[in-house]
Design a protein around this ligand. Structure first.
Ligand code: HEC
Length: 97
């Protein structure tokens, strides 16, 4: 009786582990797939710009301001971005990538 119970709990543990592994595998596959398909279309600067700079007003076209003005605006409005992210946004706005 006791033996059967032990085997049962070992099997349950094994199944749980299998489920976790499967879950992780699916998650990683989804993440890789997501990253690849997004970066294939957009630079991270463009993504940051779209995500952070169009909540209060329309998405302003990169061609609407010159590099000096963009630098000023990204500094003024990019309060939620760190220095690296600001650079990426600026590169996108001034060099299109
Ligand atoms: C919290 C709200 C808010 C966010 C987020 C925001 N802005 Fe703005 N932005 C404004 C407001 C308000 C104005 C209008 C100020 C004015 O016209 O005097 C403005 C104006 C501008 C202008 C000048 C107006 C124009 O049409 O050219 C630019 C350029 C600009 N923002 C760029 C950015 C960029 C780049 C980001 C992201 C880093 C950003 N904004 C994020 C509120 C925001």
């Amino acid at each position: 009786m006791r033996g059967t119970g032990q085997r049962e709990s070992i099997r349950v543990t094994y199944q749980k582990k299998l489920m976790v592994c499967l879950g992780v595998a699916v998650l990683i596959t989804a993440m890789i797939h997501g990253c690849v398909s997004v970066t294939a279309q957009m630079s991270s600067g463009e993504r940051l710009y779209r995500a952070n700079c169009a909540s209060c007003h329309r998405l302003i076209g990169p061609e609407e301001h010159d590099a000096a003005m963009w630098s000023h605006y990204v500094d003024e409005y990019g309060t939620g971005l760190d220095e690296v992210q600001k650079r990426e946004v600026l590169v996108y706005l001034t060099q299109g990538k």
